[in-house]
Design a binder for this molecule. Structure first.
Ligand code: A2P
Ligand code: 11C
Length: 338
Protein backbone atom coordinates (compact mmCIF):
# COMPACT_ATOMS: atom_id res chain seq x y z
CA UNK A 1 0.00 0.00 0.00
CA UNK A 2 1.11 3.58 -0.69
CA UNK A 3 2.70 5.58 2.09
CA UNK A 4 1.39 8.91 3.33
CA UNK A 5 3.97 11.72 3.47
CA UNK A 6 3.71 15.03 5.34
CA UNK A 7 5.90 17.91 4.14
CA UNK A 8 6.38 20.35 7.04
CA UNK A 9 7.51 23.79 5.84
CA UNK A 10 6.04 23.21 2.38
CA UNK A 11 5.89 26.94 1.54
CA UNK A 12 9.64 27.53 2.11
CA UNK A 13 12.53 27.34 -0.36
CA UNK A 14 13.42 23.75 0.61
CA UNK A 15 9.81 22.60 1.19
CA UNK A 16 8.77 23.66 -2.32
CA UNK A 17 11.76 21.79 -3.75
CA UNK A 18 10.80 18.71 -1.71
CA UNK A 19 7.40 18.71 -3.45
CA UNK A 20 9.12 19.10 -6.81
CA UNK A 21 11.55 16.23 -6.12
CA UNK A 22 8.73 13.95 -4.87
CA UNK A 23 6.87 14.70 -8.10
CA UNK A 24 9.88 14.28 -10.41
CA UNK A 25 10.88 10.94 -8.83
CA UNK A 26 7.28 9.75 -8.87
CA UNK A 27 7.58 8.98 -5.18
CA UNK A 28 4.89 6.40 -4.39
CA UNK A 29 2.98 8.39 -1.78
CA UNK A 30 0.05 10.59 -0.96
CA UNK A 31 1.58 13.98 -0.13
CA UNK A 32 0.16 16.61 2.24
CA UNK A 33 1.79 20.04 2.71
CA UNK A 34 1.99 21.76 6.12
CA UNK A 35 3.29 25.19 7.20
CA UNK A 36 2.56 27.78 9.87
CA UNK A 37 -0.86 29.33 10.54
CA UNK A 38 0.30 32.30 8.40
CA UNK A 39 0.08 30.33 5.17
CA UNK A 40 -2.59 27.75 6.07
CA UNK A 41 -5.18 27.67 3.29
CA UNK A 42 -2.76 28.83 0.60
CA UNK A 43 -1.90 26.58 -2.34
CA UNK A 44 1.33 24.90 -3.46
CA UNK A 45 1.80 23.29 -6.88
CA UNK A 46 2.07 19.49 -7.05
CA UNK A 47 1.69 17.15 -10.05
CA UNK A 48 -0.05 19.71 -12.22
CA UNK A 49 -2.59 20.57 -9.52
CA UNK A 50 -2.61 22.60 -6.33
CA UNK A 51 -2.47 21.23 -2.81
CA UNK A 52 -3.97 23.22 0.05
CA UNK A 53 -1.49 23.98 2.83
CA UNK A 54 -2.57 22.91 6.32
CA UNK A 55 -1.45 24.40 9.61
CA UNK A 56 1.12 22.23 11.39
CA UNK A 57 -0.36 21.18 14.73
CA UNK A 58 0.45 18.72 17.47
CA UNK A 59 -2.00 16.13 16.17
CA UNK A 60 -1.13 16.63 12.47
CA UNK A 61 0.78 13.35 12.05
CA UNK A 62 -1.97 10.81 12.73
CA UNK A 63 -2.12 8.39 9.81
CA UNK A 64 1.16 9.57 8.25
CA UNK A 65 4.08 7.19 7.63
CA UNK A 66 6.85 9.70 6.83
CA UNK A 67 7.29 13.42 7.57
CA UNK A 68 9.85 15.52 5.72
CA UNK A 69 10.64 18.56 7.89
CA UNK A 70 12.12 21.83 6.68
CA UNK A 71 10.46 24.44 8.85
CA UNK A 72 13.36 25.62 11.01
CA UNK A 73 15.08 24.26 14.11
CA UNK A 74 12.52 25.26 16.73
CA UNK A 75 9.63 23.75 14.73
CA UNK A 76 11.60 20.50 14.40
CA UNK A 77 12.47 20.46 18.09
CA UNK A 78 8.83 20.74 19.01
CA UNK A 79 7.10 18.67 16.33
CA UNK A 80 9.54 15.92 15.30
CA UNK A 81 9.21 13.98 18.61
CA UNK A 82 5.41 14.33 18.40
CA UNK A 83 5.45 12.91 14.87
CA UNK A 84 7.70 10.01 15.89
CA UNK A 85 5.49 9.31 18.90
CA UNK A 86 2.51 8.91 16.61
CA UNK A 87 4.42 6.37 14.50
CA UNK A 88 5.51 8.71 11.71
CA UNK A 89 9.22 8.52 10.73
CA UNK A 90 10.76 11.99 10.52
CA UNK A 91 13.46 13.07 8.06
CA UNK A 92 14.53 16.42 9.47
CA UNK A 93 16.42 19.03 7.48
CA UNK A 94 17.16 21.35 10.42
CA UNK A 95 20.26 21.20 12.61
CA UNK A 96 18.16 20.33 15.71
CA UNK A 97 18.83 16.55 15.80
CA UNK A 98 22.00 16.10 13.75
CA UNK A 99 24.47 15.57 16.56
CA UNK A 100 22.02 13.65 18.79
CA UNK A 101 23.57 10.19 19.27
CA UNK A 102 20.08 8.64 18.98
CA UNK A 103 19.59 10.08 15.46
CA UNK A 104 21.34 8.79 12.34
CA UNK A 105 22.79 11.57 10.15
CA UNK A 106 22.54 10.25 6.62
CA UNK A 107 23.76 10.83 3.09
CA UNK A 108 22.48 7.70 1.28
CA UNK A 109 25.54 7.37 -1.01
CA UNK A 110 27.78 7.38 2.07
CA UNK A 111 26.05 5.77 5.07
CA UNK A 112 22.59 4.41 4.22
CA UNK A 113 23.44 1.57 6.65
CA UNK A 114 23.02 4.01 9.56
CA UNK A 115 19.28 4.06 8.81
CA UNK A 116 19.08 0.55 10.30
CA UNK A 117 19.29 1.89 13.86
CA UNK A 118 16.88 4.84 13.55
CA UNK A 119 14.42 5.41 16.39
CA UNK A 120 11.98 7.65 14.54
CA UNK A 121 14.01 10.77 13.74
CA UNK A 122 16.64 10.82 10.98
CA UNK A 123 18.66 13.97 10.39
CA UNK A 124 19.47 15.41 6.97
CA UNK A 125 22.94 17.03 7.09
CA UNK A 126 23.89 20.62 6.33
CA UNK A 127 24.09 21.37 2.59
CA UNK A 128 27.78 22.21 2.50
CA UNK A 129 28.60 18.97 4.35
CA UNK A 130 26.46 16.75 2.09
CA UNK A 131 28.13 17.63 -1.21
CA UNK A 132 31.60 17.41 0.32
CA UNK A 133 31.15 13.90 1.81
CA UNK A 134 29.55 12.56 -1.39
CA UNK A 135 32.88 13.31 -3.10
CA UNK A 136 35.22 12.54 -0.18
CA UNK A 137 33.86 9.13 0.92
CA UNK A 138 35.08 7.12 -2.11
CA UNK A 139 38.50 8.81 -1.81
CA UNK A 140 38.61 8.07 1.93
CA UNK A 141 37.87 4.39 1.19
CA UNK A 142 40.75 4.33 -1.31
CA UNK A 143 43.51 6.24 0.49
CA UNK A 144 42.24 7.24 3.97
CA UNK A 145 41.86 10.95 4.65
CA UNK A 146 44.08 12.52 7.31
CA UNK A 147 43.16 16.19 7.00
CA UNK A 148 40.82 18.44 4.99
CA UNK A 149 40.99 22.22 4.47
CA UNK A 150 37.78 23.53 2.92
CA UNK A 151 36.67 27.02 1.88
CA UNK A 152 33.09 27.45 0.71
CA UNK A 153 31.32 29.83 -1.67
CA UNK A 154 27.68 29.49 -0.61
CA UNK A 155 24.54 30.65 -2.38
CA UNK A 156 21.93 32.86 -0.68
CA UNK A 157 19.20 30.23 -1.19
CA UNK A 158 20.84 28.37 1.72
CA UNK A 159 19.42 31.04 4.00
CA UNK A 160 15.88 30.71 2.62
CA UNK A 161 13.35 32.57 0.54
CA UNK A 162 13.89 35.95 2.26
CA UNK A 163 17.58 35.98 1.34
CA UNK A 164 16.87 35.21 -2.33
CA UNK A 165 14.61 38.27 -2.38
CA UNK A 166 17.23 40.36 -0.53
CA UNK A 167 19.97 39.68 -3.12
CA UNK A 168 17.55 40.40 -5.97
CA UNK A 169 16.40 43.68 -4.40
CA UNK A 170 19.91 44.86 -3.52
CA UNK A 171 21.16 44.27 -7.07
CA UNK A 172 18.17 46.16 -8.49
CA UNK A 173 18.54 49.06 -6.06
CA UNK A 174 22.30 49.43 -6.49
CA UNK A 175 22.04 49.32 -10.29
CA UNK A 176 19.51 52.13 -10.18
CA UNK A 177 21.58 54.35 -7.90
CA UNK A 178 19.73 53.56 -4.68
CA UNK A 179 21.16 52.31 -1.40
CA UNK A 180 21.22 48.60 -0.52
CA UNK A 181 19.69 48.06 2.90
CA UNK A 182 20.82 44.81 4.59
CA UNK A 183 18.05 43.01 6.49
CA UNK A 184 18.66 39.28 6.39
CA UNK A 185 22.48 39.47 6.31
CA UNK A 186 24.67 41.64 8.59
CA UNK A 187 26.16 43.41 5.53
CA UNK A 188 25.36 44.07 1.87
CA UNK A 189 25.42 40.76 -0.04
CA UNK A 190 25.12 42.13 -3.59
CA UNK A 191 28.57 42.44 -5.26
CA UNK A 192 30.18 41.30 -2.00
CA UNK A 193 31.45 38.24 -0.09
CA UNK A 194 30.62 37.67 3.58
CA UNK A 195 33.06 35.46 5.54
CA UNK A 196 30.31 34.70 8.04
CA UNK A 197 27.58 32.07 7.73
CA UNK A 198 25.37 31.73 10.80
CA UNK A 199 26.58 32.98 14.19
CA UNK A 200 30.10 33.07 15.66
CA UNK A 201 30.98 30.57 18.40
CA UNK A 202 33.42 30.87 21.32
CA UNK A 203 36.33 29.55 19.21
CA UNK A 204 35.79 32.33 16.61
CA UNK A 205 34.60 29.82 14.02
CA UNK A 206 31.04 30.17 12.75
CA UNK A 207 28.36 27.61 13.48
CA UNK A 208 28.34 26.67 9.78
CA UNK A 209 32.07 25.93 9.92
CA UNK A 210 31.72 23.71 12.99
CA UNK A 211 28.77 21.90 11.39
CA UNK A 212 31.12 20.87 8.59
CA UNK A 213 33.71 19.64 11.12
CA UNK A 214 31.33 17.64 13.32
CA UNK A 215 28.86 16.34 10.73
CA UNK A 216 31.64 15.04 8.45
CA UNK A 217 33.03 12.82 11.23
CA UNK A 218 29.58 11.47 12.12
CA UNK A 219 28.53 10.70 8.51
CA UNK A 220 31.86 9.14 7.56
CA UNK A 221 31.90 7.22 10.86
CA UNK A 222 35.49 8.31 11.49
CA UNK A 223 36.46 10.69 14.31
CA UNK A 224 40.08 10.71 13.20
CA UNK A 225 39.43 12.94 10.15
CA UNK A 226 40.79 16.40 10.90
CA UNK A 227 38.89 19.17 9.09
CA UNK A 228 39.10 22.93 9.15
CA UNK A 229 36.62 25.18 7.32
CA UNK A 230 36.08 28.77 6.25
CA UNK A 231 32.52 29.31 5.04
CA UNK A 232 31.67 32.31 2.87
CA UNK A 233 28.38 33.66 1.54
CA UNK A 234 28.64 34.86 -2.08
CA UNK A 235 26.09 36.65 -4.29
CA UNK A 236 24.96 33.48 -6.10
CA UNK A 237 21.31 32.38 -6.03
CA UNK A 238 21.60 28.57 -6.30
CA UNK A 239 24.57 26.21 -5.88
CA UNK A 240 27.29 25.98 -3.24
CA UNK A 241 30.92 25.69 -4.40
CA UNK A 242 33.82 24.40 -2.32
CA UNK A 243 37.59 24.53 -2.66
CA UNK A 244 38.75 21.35 -0.91
CA UNK A 245 42.33 20.41 -0.03
CA UNK A 246 42.76 16.83 1.17
CA UNK A 247 45.77 15.09 2.69
CA UNK A 248 45.71 11.29 2.54
CA UNK A 249 47.53 8.54 4.42
CA UNK A 250 48.31 6.63 1.21
CA UNK A 251 49.35 7.93 -2.21
CA UNK A 252 46.49 8.82 -4.58
CA UNK A 253 47.18 10.45 -7.93
CA UNK A 254 44.83 12.98 -9.52
CA UNK A 255 44.24 10.46 -12.30
CA UNK A 256 43.29 7.73 -9.81
CA UNK A 257 41.00 10.13 -7.94
CA UNK A 258 39.31 11.11 -11.20
CA UNK A 259 38.74 7.43 -12.07
CA UNK A 260 37.34 6.64 -8.60
CA UNK A 261 35.01 9.67 -8.65
CA UNK A 262 33.82 8.84 -12.18
CA UNK A 263 32.43 5.56 -10.74
CA UNK A 264 31.13 7.02 -7.47
CA UNK A 265 27.36 7.17 -6.88
CA UNK A 266 25.90 10.68 -7.13
CA UNK A 267 29.12 12.18 -8.51
CA UNK A 268 29.89 13.63 -11.93
CA UNK A 269 33.44 14.54 -12.84
CA UNK A 270 33.73 17.71 -14.94
CA UNK A 271 37.45 18.16 -15.24
CA UNK A 272 39.08 19.22 -18.46
CA UNK A 273 41.17 22.34 -17.84
CA UNK A 274 42.39 22.53 -21.46
CA UNK A 275 38.79 22.93 -22.62
CA UNK A 276 38.01 25.19 -19.64
CA UNK A 277 35.59 22.61 -18.29
CA UNK A 278 34.97 22.63 -14.54
CA UNK A 279 31.89 22.74 -12.30
CA UNK A 280 30.06 26.04 -11.83
CA UNK A 281 26.98 26.87 -9.74
CA UNK A 282 24.96 28.13 -12.71
CA UNK A 283 25.28 24.69 -14.32
CA UNK A 284 24.75 22.70 -11.10
CA UNK A 285 21.52 24.56 -10.27
CA UNK A 286 18.54 22.28 -10.84
CA UNK A 287 20.75 19.17 -11.15
CA UNK A 288 20.93 16.17 -8.82
CA UNK A 289 24.62 15.27 -9.03
CA UNK A 290 27.58 16.53 -7.04
CA UNK A 291 30.05 17.89 -9.59
CA UNK A 292 33.81 17.61 -9.07
CA UNK A 293 36.59 19.23 -11.07
CA UNK A 294 39.98 20.96 -10.83
CA UNK A 295 41.39 17.71 -9.42
CA UNK A 296 45.15 18.13 -9.09
CA UNK A 297 48.11 17.21 -6.93
CA UNK A 298 48.90 19.42 -3.93
CA UNK A 299 52.63 19.67 -4.52
CA UNK A 300 53.36 20.95 -0.98
CA UNK A 301 52.57 17.71 0.91
CA UNK A 302 53.31 14.02 0.42
CA UNK A 303 49.84 12.70 -0.44
CA UNK A 304 47.62 15.69 -1.20
CA UNK A 305 44.95 16.65 -3.70
CA UNK A 306 43.03 19.82 -4.44
CA UNK A 307 39.54 19.78 -5.91
CA UNK A 308 36.48 21.95 -6.56
CA UNK A 309 33.08 20.56 -5.56
CA UNK A 310 29.76 22.10 -6.64
CA UNK A 311 26.14 21.04 -6.07
CA UNK A 312 22.65 22.51 -5.94
CA UNK A 313 22.33 23.28 -2.22
CA UNK A 314 18.53 23.14 -2.28
CA UNK A 315 18.41 19.80 -4.13
CA UNK A 316 21.31 17.48 -3.11
CA UNK A 317 22.04 19.80 -0.19
CA UNK A 318 18.52 19.54 1.21
CA UNK A 319 15.33 18.41 -0.56
CA UNK A 320 16.76 15.65 -2.77
CA UNK A 321 18.87 14.13 0.01
CA UNK A 322 15.79 14.06 2.28
CA UNK A 323 13.70 12.32 -0.39
CA UNK A 324 16.54 9.85 -1.09
CA UNK A 325 16.55 9.02 2.64
CA UNK A 326 12.79 8.39 2.46
CA UNK A 327 13.33 6.14 -0.58
CA UNK A 328 16.06 4.22 1.26
CA UNK A 329 13.73 3.78 4.25
CA UNK A 330 11.10 2.20 2.00
CA UNK A 331 13.68 0.04 0.21
CA UNK A 332 15.06 -1.25 3.51
CA UNK A 333 11.61 -1.75 5.01
CA UNK A 334 12.35 0.74 7.80
CA UNK A 335 9.21 2.91 7.60
CA UNK A 336 8.17 2.34 11.20
CA UNK A 337 9.06 3.76 14.60
CA UNK A 338 10.61 1.03 16.77
P1 A2P B 1 5.19 29.85 6.50
O1 A2P B 1 5.25 30.10 5.02
O2 A2P B 1 3.80 29.59 6.96
O3 A2P B 1 5.92 30.87 7.31
P2 A2P B 1 12.24 29.35 4.48
O4 A2P B 1 13.36 28.55 5.08
O5 A2P B 1 12.31 29.40 2.98
O6 A2P B 1 12.11 30.69 5.11
O7 A2P B 1 10.88 28.53 4.85
C1 A2P B 1 10.51 28.20 6.16
C2 A2P B 1 9.33 27.25 6.14
O8 A2P B 1 9.01 26.85 7.50
C3 A2P B 1 8.05 27.86 5.61
O9 A2P B 1 7.29 26.89 4.92
C4 A2P B 1 7.33 28.30 6.88
O10 A2P B 1 5.93 28.41 6.75
C5 A2P B 1 7.65 27.14 7.78
N1 A2P B 1 7.46 27.47 9.19
C6 A2P B 1 8.08 28.45 9.89
N2 A2P B 1 7.64 28.45 11.18
C7 A2P B 1 6.74 27.45 11.29
C8 A2P B 1 5.93 26.93 12.36
N3 A2P B 1 5.97 27.45 13.58
N4 A2P B 1 5.10 25.90 12.08
C9 A2P B 1 5.05 25.36 10.85
N5 A2P B 1 5.80 25.79 9.81
C10 A2P B 1 6.62 26.82 10.01
C1 11C C 1 23.46 27.96 4.41
N1 11C C 1 24.16 25.73 5.08
O1 11C C 1 23.86 27.79 3.25
C2 11C C 1 23.25 26.81 5.35
C3 11C C 1 21.81 26.45 5.27
O2 11C C 1 22.14 23.72 9.06
O3 11C C 1 20.64 23.25 7.57
C4 11C C 1 21.42 25.23 6.02
C5 11C C 1 21.59 25.38 7.49
C6 11C C 1 21.43 24.04 8.08
O4 11C C 1 23.12 29.04 4.87
Amino acid sequence: SRVKVAVAGATGAVGREMLKVLEQRDFPAEVVPFASARSAGSAVPFKGAELTVRELKEDSFKGFDIALFSAGGSTSEKFAPLAAKSGCVVVDNSSAWRMDPACPLVVPEVNAHDLDWHKGIIANPNCSTIQMVVALKPLHDAARIKRVIVSTYQAVSGTGQKAIVELENQVRRLMSGQEAVPEVYPHQIAFNCLPQIDVFLDNDYTKEEMKMVNETKKIMGDDSIRLTATTVRVPVFYGHSESVNVEFEKPLSAKQARAILAQAPGVRVLDNPRERIYPMPIDAAGQDETFVGRIRQDETVENGLNMWIVADNIRKGAALNAVQIAEALIERDLVRVP
